[in-house]
Design a protein around this ligand. Structure first.
Ligand SMILES: Nc1ncnc2c1ncn2[C@@H]1O[C@H](COP(=O)(O)OP(=O)(O)O)[C@@H](O)[C@H]1O
Ligand SMILES: [Mg+2]
Length: 232
């Protein structure tokens, strides 16, 4: 069997605010394997974003361990974690997180430049990715001038620029109408199938979760169901 890309072992995340503790995740154990399409579903406040941020090494657990490609992340240096995140993972957020003043093309190129590539080395690839998401005609538009659905498509192209093994998406359709939501989910599904990249998407919307081959339901920081190995 394939080695998991990300393994969580008894991950607990406790937030503390003004002396009050909130247990966002309770001893979650979970493996994400290469090429999977996973939807994590649960009501607002159930811990979905915290779980995704822990998987994406954007947050650290209070207890428990996270392994990426077999490596214990608690033993990695800050630079090694940042490198893994930047080169092996792609991120998509509800509010796109594009840089408003940059063009669509510049936004897509940015993670590659941060990873040390020269603009001329990545320009053609970024253009190709924009074409793949149907936005060639918007290349030079500032991202702020694009529609919401277009901005999310730019974010998808950006998430792919460093050829990640896994894409982590936090409510990627949360700000979109149903038509655009469907388009975004179909794009993610197509990317998963053609590039074999694992996709983990978090949503509170049951209808979106049906895109997952594997559906994990969480409630109050605990996994209540996971159809892993039970797929049709
Ligand atoms: N930075 C934070 N400080 C304090 N509590 C937080 C913080 N982030 C999230 N929480 C709390 O942790 C719980 C899980 O939050 P979250 O992971 O954002 O859930 P979801 O994404 O499912 O809505 C909630 O009770 C939330 O209020
Ligand atoms: Mg959330």
């Amino acid at each position: 069997m394939d080695k998991p890309i990300v393994r969580l072992e008894k991950v607990t995340r406790v937030y503390e605010e003004y002396g009050k503790k909130v247990i966002a995740l309770r001893e979650i154990s979970l493996d994400i394997f290469p090429g999977e399409f996973v939807c994590i579903v649960g009501p607002s406040g159930s811990g979905k974003s915290t779980l995704l941020y822990c998987m994406g090494l954007l947050d650290r657990p209070t207890h428990g361990r996270i392994y990426v490609e077999g490596k214990d992340t608690s033993k990695l240096t800050g630079k090694e974690v940042a490198d893994f995140r930047g080169k092996r993972m792609g991120f998509i957020f509800q509010n796109y997180n594009l840089i408003p003043r940059l063009s669509a093309l510049e936004n897509v190129m940015l993670p590659a430049i941060i990873a040390g590539k020269k603009p001329k080395e990545v320009k053609n690839k970024a253009r190709q990715l924009l074409q793949n998401v149907g936005l060639s005609h918007r290349e030079n538009h500032r991202s702020i001038s694009l529609s919401c659905g277009e901005q999310q498509r730019v974010a998808i192209a950006r998430a792919l620029i460093n050829d990640p093994v896994i894409i982590l998406a936090d409510e990627p359709t949360g700000a979109l109408d149903s038509e655009n939501s469907k388009e975004i989910m179909e794009l993610l599904k197509g990317i998963n199938e053609t590039r074999k990249v694992a996709v983990v998407t978090v949503t509170h919307d049951q209808s979106i979760s049906s895109y997952g081959d594997r559906i994990i339901t969480i409630r109050d920081g605990t996994i209540v169901s996971d159809n892993y190995g039970n797929k049709c």
